[in-house]
Design a protein around this ligand. Structure first.
Ligand code: GLU
Length: 516
Protein backbone atom coordinates (compact mmCIF):
# COMPACT_ATOMS: atom_id res chain seq x y z
CA UNK A 1 0.00 0.00 0.00
CA UNK A 2 1.20 3.49 -0.80
CA UNK A 3 2.17 5.68 2.17
CA UNK A 4 -1.01 7.13 3.66
CA UNK A 5 -1.59 10.43 5.39
CA UNK A 6 -4.19 9.96 8.10
CA UNK A 7 -5.39 12.03 11.00
CA UNK A 8 -7.11 11.87 14.33
CA UNK A 9 -9.24 14.98 14.65
CA UNK A 10 -10.72 15.22 18.13
CA UNK A 11 -12.88 18.07 19.36
CA UNK A 12 -11.78 19.22 22.80
CA UNK A 13 -15.23 18.93 24.31
CA UNK A 14 -14.44 16.65 27.25
CA UNK A 15 -12.68 13.45 28.20
CA UNK A 16 -11.72 11.18 25.32
CA UNK A 17 -14.05 8.16 25.05
CA UNK A 18 -12.03 4.93 24.97
CA UNK A 19 -13.44 4.36 21.46
CA UNK A 20 -11.61 7.51 20.38
CA UNK A 21 -8.35 5.87 21.40
CA UNK A 22 -9.22 2.96 19.12
CA UNK A 23 -9.88 5.37 16.23
CA UNK A 24 -6.53 7.06 16.81
CA UNK A 25 -4.84 3.66 17.03
CA UNK A 26 -6.20 2.34 13.72
CA UNK A 27 -5.08 5.52 11.98
CA UNK A 28 -1.68 5.28 13.61
CA UNK A 29 -1.23 1.61 12.65
CA UNK A 30 -2.00 2.28 9.01
CA UNK A 31 0.37 5.24 8.90
CA UNK A 32 3.21 3.25 10.42
CA UNK A 33 2.56 0.21 8.25
CA UNK A 34 2.72 2.15 5.01
CA UNK A 35 5.53 4.46 6.03
CA UNK A 36 3.09 7.35 5.92
CA UNK A 37 2.18 10.06 8.42
CA UNK A 38 -0.23 10.26 11.31
CA UNK A 39 -1.51 13.73 12.18
CA UNK A 40 -3.40 15.12 15.12
CA UNK A 41 -5.66 18.04 14.36
CA UNK A 42 -7.67 19.77 17.06
CA UNK A 43 -11.17 20.64 15.88
CA UNK A 44 -12.03 23.42 18.28
CA UNK A 45 -14.35 25.63 16.26
CA UNK A 46 -17.40 25.02 18.39
CA UNK A 47 -16.85 27.55 21.12
CA UNK A 48 -19.95 26.60 23.04
CA UNK A 49 -18.74 23.05 23.50
CA UNK A 50 -15.12 23.93 24.14
CA UNK A 51 -13.84 22.55 27.44
CA UNK A 52 -10.74 23.93 29.09
CA UNK A 53 -8.07 21.28 29.58
CA UNK A 54 -9.63 18.78 27.17
CA UNK A 55 -6.95 19.18 24.52
CA UNK A 56 -4.12 18.58 27.00
CA UNK A 57 -6.03 15.62 28.31
CA UNK A 58 -6.42 14.08 24.85
CA UNK A 59 -2.73 14.57 24.08
CA UNK A 60 -1.70 13.02 27.38
CA UNK A 61 -4.01 10.06 26.87
CA UNK A 62 -2.50 9.33 23.46
CA UNK A 63 1.00 9.69 24.86
CA UNK A 64 0.13 7.26 27.62
CA UNK A 65 -0.77 4.52 25.14
CA UNK A 66 2.24 5.36 22.98
CA UNK A 67 0.46 6.88 19.97
CA UNK A 68 2.74 9.58 18.72
CA UNK A 69 1.90 11.92 15.91
CA UNK A 70 4.19 12.97 13.08
CA UNK A 71 2.43 16.33 12.89
CA UNK A 72 0.35 17.91 15.65
CA UNK A 73 -0.26 21.20 17.46
CA UNK A 74 2.62 20.38 19.80
CA UNK A 75 4.98 19.06 17.19
CA UNK A 76 4.10 21.40 14.35
CA UNK A 77 4.57 20.33 10.73
CA UNK A 78 4.34 21.63 7.20
CA UNK A 79 0.63 22.39 7.50
CA UNK A 80 0.79 24.20 10.85
CA UNK A 81 -1.18 25.40 12.67
CA UNK A 82 -3.01 22.19 13.60
CA UNK A 83 -5.67 23.85 15.73
CA UNK A 84 -8.69 24.96 13.75
CA UNK A 85 -9.26 28.04 15.90
CA UNK A 86 -5.78 29.22 14.86
CA UNK A 87 -6.41 28.31 11.24
CA UNK A 88 -9.56 30.39 11.37
CA UNK A 89 -7.50 33.36 12.59
CA UNK A 90 -5.36 32.96 9.50
CA UNK A 91 -8.48 33.38 7.36
CA UNK A 92 -8.14 29.94 5.76
CA UNK A 93 -11.81 28.97 5.87
CA UNK A 94 -13.29 32.32 4.84
CA UNK A 95 -11.26 32.28 1.68
CA UNK A 96 -12.73 28.94 0.63
CA UNK A 97 -16.27 29.91 1.56
CA UNK A 98 -15.87 32.93 -0.67
CA UNK A 99 -15.05 30.55 -3.51
CA UNK A 100 -18.29 28.68 -2.92
CA UNK A 101 -20.31 31.90 -2.83
CA UNK A 102 -18.70 33.07 -6.04
CA UNK A 103 -19.38 29.79 -7.80
CA UNK A 104 -23.03 30.02 -6.68
CA UNK A 105 -22.74 27.00 -4.38
CA UNK A 106 -23.24 28.84 -1.10
CA UNK A 107 -25.37 31.76 0.04
CA UNK A 108 -25.86 34.24 2.88
CA UNK A 109 -28.76 33.62 5.23
CA UNK A 110 -30.04 36.28 7.62
CA UNK A 111 -32.81 34.37 9.37
CA UNK A 112 -33.09 34.91 13.10
CA UNK A 113 -33.50 31.98 15.46
CA UNK A 114 -37.17 32.92 15.91
CA UNK A 115 -37.69 32.81 12.16
CA UNK A 116 -35.99 29.45 11.93
CA UNK A 117 -38.20 28.16 14.69
CA UNK A 118 -41.32 29.47 12.89
CA UNK A 119 -40.26 27.75 9.70
CA UNK A 120 -39.90 24.46 11.50
CA UNK A 121 -43.30 24.80 13.17
CA UNK A 122 -44.99 25.75 9.92
CA UNK A 123 -43.51 22.76 8.12
CA UNK A 124 -44.42 20.48 10.99
CA UNK A 125 -48.00 21.74 10.95
CA UNK A 126 -48.13 21.09 7.22
CA UNK A 127 -46.88 17.57 7.96
CA UNK A 128 -43.87 18.10 5.72
CA UNK A 129 -41.57 15.08 5.52
CA UNK A 130 -38.51 17.24 5.93
CA UNK A 131 -38.57 20.24 8.25
CA UNK A 132 -35.02 21.40 7.73
CA UNK A 133 -33.55 24.34 5.87
CA UNK A 134 -33.16 22.76 2.45
CA UNK A 135 -33.65 23.18 -1.26
CA UNK A 136 -37.41 23.63 -0.82
CA UNK A 137 -37.72 25.66 2.36
CA UNK A 138 -34.81 27.97 1.50
CA UNK A 139 -37.03 29.82 -0.97
CA UNK A 140 -39.35 31.00 1.86
CA UNK A 141 -36.50 32.32 3.98
CA UNK A 142 -34.40 35.48 4.25
CA UNK A 143 -31.29 34.79 2.27
CA UNK A 144 -29.29 35.97 -0.70
CA UNK A 145 -31.30 33.66 -2.96
CA UNK A 146 -34.61 35.33 -2.09
CA UNK A 147 -33.69 38.93 -1.18
CA UNK A 148 -32.83 41.53 -3.82
CA UNK A 149 -29.08 41.87 -4.19
CA UNK A 150 -29.00 45.51 -3.04
CA UNK A 151 -30.71 44.52 0.17
CA UNK A 152 -28.22 41.71 0.72
CA UNK A 153 -25.45 44.23 0.21
CA UNK A 154 -27.06 46.69 2.62
CA UNK A 155 -27.48 44.04 5.31
CA UNK A 156 -23.89 42.89 4.95
CA UNK A 157 -22.57 46.44 5.13
CA UNK A 158 -24.72 47.24 8.16
CA UNK A 159 -23.03 44.31 9.88
CA UNK A 160 -26.23 42.31 10.33
CA UNK A 161 -25.57 38.82 11.63
CA UNK A 162 -25.59 36.14 8.95
CA UNK A 163 -24.52 32.58 8.34
CA UNK A 164 -23.33 31.05 5.10
CA UNK A 165 -25.13 27.92 3.96
CA UNK A 166 -24.33 25.37 1.32
CA UNK A 167 -26.71 25.43 -1.64
CA UNK A 168 -27.25 21.72 -2.04
CA UNK A 169 -27.82 21.06 -5.75
CA UNK A 170 -31.06 19.38 -6.82
CA UNK A 171 -31.33 15.90 -8.31
CA UNK A 172 -27.88 14.65 -7.65
CA UNK A 173 -26.95 11.21 -6.62
CA UNK A 174 -24.02 11.29 -4.22
CA UNK A 175 -22.05 8.07 -4.12
CA UNK A 176 -18.85 6.96 -2.50
CA UNK A 177 -17.29 3.68 -1.55
CA UNK A 178 -16.57 3.24 2.12
CA UNK A 179 -13.71 0.81 2.71
CA UNK A 180 -15.67 -0.94 5.44
CA UNK A 181 -19.33 -0.42 4.54
CA UNK A 182 -19.10 -0.63 0.76
CA UNK A 183 -21.06 1.67 -1.55
CA UNK A 184 -23.06 4.45 0.04
CA UNK A 185 -25.52 6.30 -2.16
CA UNK A 186 -27.70 9.24 -1.20
CA UNK A 187 -30.03 11.58 -3.13
CA UNK A 188 -29.12 15.23 -2.70
CA UNK A 189 -32.76 16.07 -1.98
CA UNK A 190 -32.36 14.38 1.40
CA UNK A 191 -29.55 16.72 2.47
CA UNK A 192 -30.01 20.06 4.24
CA UNK A 193 -28.41 23.34 3.33
CA UNK A 194 -26.03 23.03 6.25
CA UNK A 195 -24.37 26.06 7.75
CA UNK A 196 -20.75 26.36 6.66
CA UNK A 197 -19.81 29.58 8.40
CA UNK A 198 -21.48 30.56 11.65
CA UNK A 199 -22.52 34.06 12.65
CA UNK A 200 -19.48 34.32 14.94
CA UNK A 201 -17.31 33.85 11.86
CA UNK A 202 -16.31 30.35 12.87
CA UNK A 203 -16.51 27.56 10.33
CA UNK A 204 -18.70 24.61 11.23
CA UNK A 205 -17.20 21.19 11.72
CA UNK A 206 -18.19 20.06 8.20
CA UNK A 207 -16.51 22.93 6.42
CA UNK A 208 -13.32 23.09 8.45
CA UNK A 209 -12.98 19.32 8.45
CA UNK A 210 -13.00 18.89 4.70
CA UNK A 211 -10.91 21.97 3.92
CA UNK A 212 -8.29 20.79 6.36
CA UNK A 213 -8.36 17.20 5.17
CA UNK A 214 -7.82 18.54 1.67
CA UNK A 215 -5.08 21.03 2.57
CA UNK A 216 -3.33 18.55 4.83
CA UNK A 217 -3.31 16.01 1.99
CA UNK A 218 -5.21 13.39 3.96
CA UNK A 219 -5.54 10.22 1.90
CA UNK A 220 -7.73 8.18 4.26
CA UNK A 221 -10.39 9.34 6.70
CA UNK A 222 -10.77 6.63 9.32
CA UNK A 223 -13.32 7.60 11.95
CA UNK A 224 -16.26 6.39 13.98
CA UNK A 225 -19.48 5.23 12.38
CA UNK A 226 -21.36 8.15 13.95
CA UNK A 227 -19.88 10.26 11.14
CA UNK A 228 -21.22 8.08 8.35
CA UNK A 229 -24.42 10.16 7.93
CA UNK A 230 -22.27 13.28 7.40
CA UNK A 231 -20.06 11.65 4.81
CA UNK A 232 -22.32 12.24 1.75
CA UNK A 233 -22.40 15.92 2.66
CA UNK A 234 -18.62 15.91 2.84
CA UNK A 235 -18.34 14.16 -0.52
CA UNK A 236 -20.65 16.78 -2.00
CA UNK A 237 -18.49 19.56 -0.58
CA UNK A 238 -15.40 18.00 -2.16
CA UNK A 239 -17.22 17.87 -5.49
CA UNK A 240 -18.32 21.48 -5.29
CA UNK A 241 -14.78 22.58 -4.52
CA UNK A 242 -13.57 20.47 -7.41
CA UNK A 243 -11.35 18.37 -5.16
CA UNK A 244 -10.88 14.63 -5.06
CA UNK A 245 -12.13 13.21 -1.80
CA UNK A 246 -10.03 10.95 0.43
CA UNK A 247 -10.90 7.31 0.99
CA UNK A 248 -13.38 6.80 3.81
CA UNK A 249 -13.48 4.04 6.41
CA UNK A 250 -16.17 4.29 9.06
CA UNK A 251 -15.38 2.12 12.06
CA UNK A 252 -18.12 0.01 13.61
CA UNK A 253 -19.51 1.24 16.89
CA UNK A 254 -18.28 0.00 20.24
CA UNK A 255 -21.33 -1.55 21.83
CA UNK A 256 -22.23 -1.98 25.45
CA UNK A 257 -21.71 -5.50 26.79
CA UNK A 258 -24.50 -7.88 27.66
CA UNK A 259 -25.42 -8.11 31.29
CA UNK A 260 -24.07 -11.34 32.79
CA UNK A 261 -24.41 -13.14 36.08
CA UNK A 262 -21.26 -13.91 38.10
CA UNK A 263 -20.92 -17.23 36.25
CA UNK A 264 -20.83 -15.44 32.91
CA UNK A 265 -24.34 -16.41 31.79
CA UNK A 266 -26.05 -13.69 29.78
CA UNK A 267 -29.04 -12.37 31.70
CA UNK A 268 -29.82 -9.43 29.45
CA UNK A 269 -28.74 -8.86 25.88
CA UNK A 270 -27.74 -5.28 25.23
CA UNK A 271 -27.55 -3.27 22.05
CA UNK A 272 -26.46 0.26 21.34
CA UNK A 273 -23.38 2.34 21.68
CA UNK A 274 -21.38 2.09 24.88
CA UNK A 275 -21.95 5.30 26.83
CA UNK A 276 -20.27 6.75 29.88
CA UNK A 277 -23.40 5.94 31.86
CA UNK A 278 -23.37 2.27 30.76
CA UNK A 279 -19.71 1.91 31.66
CA UNK A 280 -20.25 3.52 35.04
CA UNK A 281 -23.24 1.39 35.87
CA UNK A 282 -21.34 -1.75 34.86
CA UNK A 283 -18.34 -0.68 36.91
CA UNK A 284 -15.57 -0.04 34.39
CA UNK A 285 -13.88 3.11 33.07
CA UNK A 286 -14.86 4.86 29.85
CA UNK A 287 -11.91 7.25 29.77
CA UNK A 288 -8.25 6.35 29.22
CA UNK A 289 -7.16 8.64 32.08
CA UNK A 290 -9.15 9.97 35.00
CA UNK A 291 -11.32 12.85 33.86
CA UNK A 292 -13.39 15.03 36.17
CA UNK A 293 -13.84 12.42 38.84
CA UNK A 294 -14.35 9.47 36.48
CA UNK A 295 -11.54 6.99 37.06
CA UNK A 296 -9.52 6.26 33.96
CA UNK A 297 -7.99 3.00 32.76
CA UNK A 298 -4.54 4.23 33.76
CA UNK A 299 -5.59 4.99 37.32
CA UNK A 300 -7.54 1.74 37.59
CA UNK A 301 -4.28 -0.10 37.03
CA UNK A 302 -4.47 -1.01 33.35
CA UNK A 303 -1.19 -1.13 31.47
CA UNK A 304 -1.03 0.85 28.23
CA UNK A 305 0.17 -2.21 26.25
CA UNK A 306 -2.86 -4.16 27.46
CA UNK A 307 -5.24 -1.38 26.44
CA UNK A 308 -3.67 -1.17 22.99
CA UNK A 309 -3.87 -4.93 22.53
CA UNK A 310 -7.48 -5.00 23.69
CA UNK A 311 -8.60 -2.04 21.56
CA UNK A 312 -6.84 -3.19 18.41
CA UNK A 313 -8.78 -6.46 18.54
CA UNK A 314 -12.07 -4.69 19.24
CA UNK A 315 -13.41 -4.58 15.70
CA UNK A 316 -10.34 -5.81 13.83
CA UNK A 317 -9.35 -9.46 13.64
CA UNK A 318 -6.05 -10.87 12.46
CA UNK A 319 -7.64 -13.93 10.86
CA UNK A 320 -5.64 -16.20 13.19
CA UNK A 321 -5.93 -17.24 16.82
CA UNK A 322 -3.14 -14.99 17.94
CA UNK A 323 -4.26 -12.73 20.77
CA UNK A 324 -1.12 -11.16 22.17
CA UNK A 325 0.45 -8.68 19.79
CA UNK A 326 3.28 -6.26 20.24
CA UNK A 327 2.72 -2.88 18.64
CA UNK A 328 5.21 -3.87 15.91
CA UNK A 329 3.15 -6.97 15.16
CA UNK A 330 -0.01 -4.89 14.94
CA UNK A 331 1.74 -2.50 12.59
CA UNK A 332 2.77 -5.28 10.28
CA UNK A 333 -0.49 -7.24 10.28
CA UNK A 334 -3.19 -4.56 10.51
CA UNK A 335 -5.48 -4.12 7.53
CA UNK A 336 -8.64 -2.09 6.97
CA UNK A 337 -10.16 -5.08 5.12
CA UNK A 338 -10.25 -7.11 8.33
CA UNK A 339 -12.26 -4.53 10.25
CA UNK A 340 -15.73 -5.97 10.84
CA UNK A 341 -18.90 -4.25 9.65
CA UNK A 342 -20.93 -4.86 12.76
CA UNK A 343 -20.41 -3.30 16.16
CA UNK A 344 -18.14 -4.92 18.72
CA UNK A 345 -19.27 -5.60 22.24
CA UNK A 346 -16.99 -4.20 24.85
CA UNK A 347 -15.98 -7.01 27.21
CA UNK A 348 -14.15 -5.66 30.21
CA UNK A 349 -13.14 -9.18 31.28
CA UNK A 350 -11.14 -9.42 28.09
CA UNK A 351 -9.35 -6.17 28.95
CA UNK A 352 -8.58 -7.60 32.38
CA UNK A 353 -7.24 -10.77 30.80
CA UNK A 354 -4.86 -8.76 28.62
CA UNK A 355 -3.76 -6.81 31.66
CA UNK A 356 -2.96 -10.02 33.48
CA UNK A 357 -0.93 -11.31 30.55
CA UNK A 358 1.11 -8.13 30.28
CA UNK A 359 1.61 -7.90 34.03
CA UNK A 360 2.91 -11.46 34.18
CA UNK A 361 5.30 -10.81 31.36
CA UNK A 362 7.07 -8.10 33.35
CA UNK A 363 10.30 -8.85 35.18
CA UNK A 364 10.20 -9.15 38.96
CA UNK A 365 12.34 -6.07 39.10
CA UNK A 366 9.74 -4.05 37.18
CA UNK A 367 6.97 -5.48 39.30
CA UNK A 368 8.83 -4.59 42.50
CA UNK A 369 8.65 -0.96 41.40
CA UNK A 370 4.86 -1.19 41.16
CA UNK A 371 4.80 -2.97 44.50
CA UNK A 372 6.80 -0.25 46.25
CA UNK A 373 4.72 2.49 44.70
CA UNK A 374 1.52 0.86 45.93
CA UNK A 375 2.90 0.27 49.40
CA UNK A 376 4.17 3.84 49.59
CA UNK A 377 0.81 5.25 48.60
CA UNK A 378 -0.90 3.18 51.28
CA UNK A 379 1.85 4.01 53.82
CA UNK A 380 2.61 0.35 54.40
CA UNK A 381 6.08 -0.24 55.84
CA UNK A 382 8.22 -2.63 53.81
CA UNK A 383 11.62 -1.78 55.27
CA UNK A 384 11.93 -5.31 56.74
CA UNK A 385 12.44 -6.67 53.22
CA UNK A 386 15.42 -6.43 50.93
CA UNK A 387 15.00 -5.63 47.25
CA UNK A 388 15.51 -9.33 46.45
CA UNK A 389 12.74 -10.30 48.88
CA UNK A 390 10.36 -7.78 47.37
CA UNK A 391 11.07 -9.33 43.99
CA UNK A 392 10.32 -12.76 45.43
CA UNK A 393 6.99 -11.48 46.69
CA UNK A 394 6.24 -10.31 43.15
CA UNK A 395 7.27 -13.69 41.78
CA UNK A 396 4.75 -15.52 43.96
CA UNK A 397 1.99 -12.92 43.63
CA UNK A 398 2.06 -12.21 39.92
CA UNK A 399 0.12 -15.33 38.96
CA UNK A 400 -2.72 -14.04 41.12
CA UNK A 401 -2.61 -10.40 40.06
CA UNK A 402 -4.68 -8.64 37.43
CA UNK A 403 -3.59 -5.13 38.38
CA UNK A 404 -0.28 -3.91 39.83
CA UNK A 405 -2.01 -3.09 43.12
CA UNK A 406 -3.09 -6.72 43.55
CA UNK A 407 0.59 -7.49 44.12
CA UNK A 408 0.31 -6.05 47.59
CA UNK A 409 -3.41 -5.78 48.25
CA UNK A 410 -3.69 -9.55 48.00
CA UNK A 411 -0.52 -9.97 50.02
CA UNK A 412 -0.70 -7.43 52.78
CA UNK A 413 0.17 -10.14 55.26
CA UNK A 414 3.76 -10.15 54.07
CA UNK A 415 4.13 -6.65 55.48
CA UNK A 416 1.70 -6.71 58.37
CA UNK A 417 1.51 -9.50 60.92
CA UNK A 418 -1.94 -10.97 61.16
CA UNK A 419 -4.01 -9.90 64.13
CA UNK A 420 -7.15 -11.69 62.99
CA UNK A 421 -7.43 -15.24 61.72
CA UNK A 422 -9.87 -16.55 59.13
CA UNK A 423 -12.81 -17.77 61.17
CA UNK A 424 -13.83 -20.52 58.79
CA UNK A 425 -10.43 -22.17 58.90
CA UNK A 426 -10.08 -21.69 62.65
CA UNK A 427 -13.50 -23.14 63.50
CA UNK A 428 -13.22 -26.10 61.15
CA UNK A 429 -9.57 -27.05 61.28
CA UNK A 430 -7.86 -25.62 64.32
CA UNK A 431 -8.13 -28.31 66.98
CA UNK A 432 -5.95 -29.95 69.60
CA UNK A 433 -4.28 -32.21 67.05
CA UNK A 434 -3.50 -29.57 64.47
CA UNK A 435 -2.40 -27.15 67.15
CA UNK A 436 0.01 -29.81 68.29
CA UNK A 437 1.49 -29.91 64.77
CA UNK A 438 2.05 -26.15 64.86
CA UNK A 439 3.75 -26.42 68.24
CA UNK A 440 6.05 -29.20 67.04
CA UNK A 441 6.91 -27.32 63.89
CA UNK A 442 7.72 -24.25 65.94
CA UNK A 443 10.17 -26.25 68.03
CA UNK A 444 11.75 -27.81 64.97
CA UNK A 445 12.15 -24.45 63.26
CA UNK A 446 13.69 -22.92 66.37
CA UNK A 447 16.43 -25.50 66.28
CA UNK A 448 16.96 -25.18 62.54
CA UNK A 449 20.27 -23.52 61.73
CA UNK A 450 19.64 -23.45 58.02
CA UNK A 451 15.94 -22.46 57.74
CA UNK A 452 14.50 -22.90 54.26
CA UNK A 453 10.91 -22.62 53.03
CA UNK A 454 10.86 -25.87 51.08
CA UNK A 455 12.33 -27.82 53.95
CA UNK A 456 9.90 -26.20 56.34
CA UNK A 457 7.02 -27.33 54.16
CA UNK A 458 8.45 -30.82 54.01
CA UNK A 459 8.53 -30.82 57.79
CA UNK A 460 4.82 -30.08 57.74
CA UNK A 461 4.17 -33.05 55.46
CA UNK A 462 6.20 -35.19 57.78
CA UNK A 463 4.37 -34.11 60.89
CA UNK A 464 0.99 -34.60 59.27
CA UNK A 465 1.93 -38.11 58.27
CA UNK A 466 3.38 -38.92 61.68
CA UNK A 467 0.15 -37.84 63.35
CA UNK A 468 -2.06 -39.53 60.78
CA UNK A 469 -3.57 -36.22 59.67
CA UNK A 470 -4.52 -35.23 56.17
CA UNK A 471 -2.55 -32.44 54.52
CA UNK A 472 -5.84 -30.65 53.81
CA UNK A 473 -6.29 -30.51 57.56
CA UNK A 474 -2.92 -29.11 58.63
CA UNK A 475 -1.91 -26.97 55.66
CA UNK A 476 -4.69 -24.38 56.11
CA UNK A 477 -3.90 -24.22 59.81
CA UNK A 478 -0.27 -23.36 59.17
CA UNK A 479 -1.33 -20.89 56.49
CA UNK A 480 -3.82 -19.13 58.71
CA UNK A 481 -1.25 -18.96 61.53
CA UNK A 482 1.27 -17.29 59.20
CA UNK A 483 -0.97 -15.06 57.09
CA UNK A 484 -4.33 -14.85 58.82
CA UNK A 485 -6.13 -15.82 55.59
CA UNK A 486 -7.30 -19.07 54.12
CA UNK A 487 -5.79 -18.87 50.63
CA UNK A 488 -2.70 -17.60 48.93
CA UNK A 489 0.49 -18.66 47.20
CA UNK A 490 2.59 -21.72 48.04
CA UNK A 491 3.46 -21.96 51.74
CA UNK A 492 7.08 -22.87 51.05
CA UNK A 493 7.49 -19.56 49.20
CA UNK A 494 5.73 -17.61 51.93
CA UNK A 495 7.94 -19.10 54.66
CA UNK A 496 11.06 -18.58 52.56
CA UNK A 497 10.24 -14.89 52.14
CA UNK A 498 9.25 -14.32 55.77
CA UNK A 499 12.35 -16.05 57.09
CA UNK A 500 12.88 -18.01 60.28
CA UNK A 501 12.51 -15.26 62.89
CA UNK A 502 9.32 -13.90 61.42
CA UNK A 503 7.81 -17.36 60.94
CA UNK A 504 8.52 -18.15 64.59
CA UNK A 505 7.04 -14.89 65.82
CA UNK A 506 3.88 -15.45 63.80
CA UNK A 507 3.48 -19.04 64.98
CA UNK A 508 3.92 -17.85 68.56
CA UNK A 509 1.35 -15.08 68.07
CA UNK A 510 -1.16 -17.49 66.55
CA UNK A 511 -0.73 -20.01 69.34
CA UNK A 512 -1.26 -17.26 71.89
CA UNK A 513 -4.27 -15.76 70.15
CA UNK A 514 -6.26 -18.68 68.74
CA UNK A 515 -8.11 -20.52 71.44
CA UNK A 516 -9.65 -23.89 70.80
N1 GLU B 1 -13.99 16.48 15.28
C1 GLU B 1 -14.64 15.26 14.95
C2 GLU B 1 -14.76 14.45 16.22
O1 GLU B 1 -14.69 15.01 17.26
C3 GLU B 1 -13.85 14.54 13.89
C4 GLU B 1 -14.61 13.58 13.06
C5 GLU B 1 -13.80 13.17 11.87
O2 GLU B 1 -12.84 12.42 12.07
O3 GLU B 1 -14.07 13.62 10.78
O4 GLU B 1 -14.92 13.27 16.26
Amino acid sequence: MKPVRVRFAPSPTGGLHIGGVRTALYNYLLAKQTGGQFLIRIEDTDQERYVEGAEDYIMEALRWVGIEADESPEKGGKHAPYRQSERKEKGIYKEYVKQLIESGNAYYAFDTSTELEEMRKKLEAAKAKNTSYNMISRMQMKNSLTLPSDEVQRRLEAGEPYVIRLKVPAKQNIRFKDLIRGWVSVESSTLDDKVLLKSDGMPTYHLANIIDDHLMEITHVIRGEEWLPSAPFHVLLYQLFGWEHPEFAHLPLILKPDLKDPKGKVIQENHGKLSKRDAESMGFPIFPLTWQGSTGYREAGYLPEAIINFLALLGWNPGTNQEIFSIEEFISTFSVERIGKSGSKFEIDKAKWFNQQYLRAKTNQELAEYLKKGLDSASVDYSMFSEAQLEQICEVMKERATFPDDLWKEARYFFERPTKYDEGVVSQKWNAQTEEVIKTLKEQFTNETDFDGTKAKEALHHEAEAKGLKLGQVMPVLRVALTGVGAGPDLAAIMQILGKTEVLTRLENALNTIKI
